[in-house]
Design a protein. Structure first.
Length: 386
């Protein structure tokens, strides 16, 4: 469904406004009008009368490796398209294609492919690239292959940014490794979101990284030096740093429900970004799948390497939102913060993460239980629940 669309009698939610029942008029891929009882003619009407439907800005996933059998590191147009087409069914309208620690050649081929990818109207928008590794700590590698971990290089990164045609938006770095602090300072100055992750840093090293420009922490709790009362580590410090946002994988496998609630209490909704960190098995049956040349067994307990190490997730943004709502009892406005607005602001996307005239018409329509009913990408309905 494309063309002009009138969405009527739905609960409209923004992070900073009282919710209200109203209408939306979409035209030319944008939100043209927002109000109550809009008197406009549209080619298509979505009527929420008596359905209890809720409209959020479309979800933004800043950390996703794969879905539906595809992985970003496949380094093909088909893989990026497969991921992008699979995401609207979970309410995701845009994402960062996330790489992992691999050989330089493989990383550069992946960046080249992403640079050339244009995307289509029937899919979530690829906003850019999140480079996760290889500039990380071997002590906190997790499922990132040890043999490809290297020291941060400003020159190499700038070369990668050139190869990607400026599409790298975020990079995960361990600040404590050799050249880490210099790298964080330089890369932050050119507008990249530096995220502290896969790190064995001590509390004072995290603090220094923040002063040098780090703005985020990658998958809170996972593959970072844990909290200790005599050395707060990465976990303790990122929870306390007001200038840092934290990613959370709210699948209740990577983070216990009480740990999610703990983070919400400390960081508040304004500094939490819900992500999936999903790998290619998302949306598929349980079984054995590849992740960077490693076999990953996916069961009801998650995605694990043969030694039991967690290797990404099969979480959807739809389930992440429902899980956080259930455990924190947060408001709908706070859910919008965590599922889209914080990511949009972090990535400096002025037209996303908000429902207002002139904004991109990226929307997710939910029922009262937060199940995705319809997803709209750039003013086109690309997913409808049967």
């Amino acid at each position: 469904m494309s063309g002009t669309i009138l969405i009527s009698n739905v609960t409209i939610v923004n992070y900073d406004q009282d919710v209200f029942i109203g209408d939306l008029y979409l035209e030319g891929g944008k939100i043209a009008k927002v109000g109550k009882r809009l008197r406009v003619k549209a080619q298509h009407t979505i009527d929420g009368t008596s359905k209890g439907w809720i409209v959020f800005p479309g979800y933004i996933d800043m950390h996703i490796h794969g879905s539906d059998g595809f992985d970003v590191m496949d380094a093909t147009e088909e893989a990026l398209q497969g991921i992008a087409r699979s995401l609207p069914k979970e309410g995701t309208t845009s994402f960062l294609a996330t790489t992992m620690t691999q050989s330089i050649d493989v990383i550069e081929k992946t960046l080249q492919t992403a640079a050339a990818y244009k995307g289509g109207l029937d899919e979530a928008e690829m906003l850019g690239i999140h480079v996760e590794g290889p500039y990380i700590s071997k002590e906190r590698a997790g499922a990132q292959p040890l043999q490809y971990i290297i020291e941060p290089s400003i020159q190499q990164f700038l070369q990668w940014q050139e190869i990607s045609e400026g599409r790298i938006k975020q990079i995960t770095v361990a600040p404590e490794v050799n050249n880490g602090f210099e790298f964080i300072e330089a890369v932050s100055k050119v507008g990249i979101v530096v995220s502290i992750g896969h790190s064995d840093a001590k509390s004072d090293e995290v603090e220094r990284a923040v002063l040098l420009g780090a703005k985020q922490a990658t998958h809170l709790y996972n593959q970072m030096r844990p909290f200790h009362h005599r050395e707060p580590g990465v976990v303790g410090d990122v929870l306390l740093e007001d200038d840092l946002k934290v990613e959370i994988i709210a699948d209740f496998i990577h983070s216990h429900p009480k740990s999610v609630k703990f983070a919400y209490r400390l960081k508040q909704a304004s500094r939490i970004i819900l992500i999936t960190d999903a790998m290619r098995a998302k949306g598929l049956e349980y079984g054995v799948y590849d992740l960077g040349g490693q076999a990953v067994k996916v069961t009801e307990t998650g995605a694990h390497l043969s030694d039991g190490t967690l290797a990404g997730s099969v979480l959807t943004m739809e389930q992440a939102v429902k899980n956080v709502y259930a455990v924190t009892k947060c408001s709908l406005q706070e859910l919008v913060s965590m599922s889209s607005n914080n990511a949009a602001r972090q990535l400096k996307l002025p037209l996303k993460g908000y429902i207002n005239p002139g904004m991109d018409a990226d929307l997710v329509i939910l029922d009262a239980n937060l199940n995705v009913q319809k997803t709209i990408c750039h003013g086109k309905v690309v997913f409808e629940k049967e």
